[in-house]
Design a binder for this molecule. Sequence first.
Ligand SMILES: [Zn+2]
Length: 175
Amino acid sequence: MQATVKAIAINAFLSQNEDFRTLAEHTDLLGTYGAFVSDVIGKLGKYGSLSEAQVNAVRNSVQRTHDFAAKRAVQDADTTPRPQAAGVYRDDSGVYRVVKSRQSGNLYAKKLNLKTGGFDYASGAIYRLRETHRLTLEQAKAIGQETGICIVCGAFLTDPKSVERGIGPVCAKRV
Ligand SMILES: [Zn+2]
């Protein structure tokens, strides 16, 4: 396409899609939005226009980047200490066992599955949990009494004494 014709096409496109103006005029910022957005904006420069599908995909991608950044900002602003040690934690979304990875030494969280009595790896949960979510032994026992599951190891409590206490004898020492 001839340079002038292309410039006219790009201008027409940008006046129809004002939100693309910043992206098109500040290509140094495109890295923030990832390779896909950079690639599509490159196509705008090359062909003078974009399809509706490309426009929508770029908008979604930019929106996701902004949402993610906003979420990160909220998380970073929260200075409540993260879990410092293995143990049992609870927040609005459930009961978690925080354990230390034998390989990396990092803490990660497993969520109590009330159906199976097991703990399922909960991706990302370790970043939401806070030290303030840590359960005391008494709180752990209360959940055990309520659910019939030892929330330290996930075992169903069968021994009458354990049922009453809400926790297995070995696990009482591990909260
Ligand atoms: Zn147990």
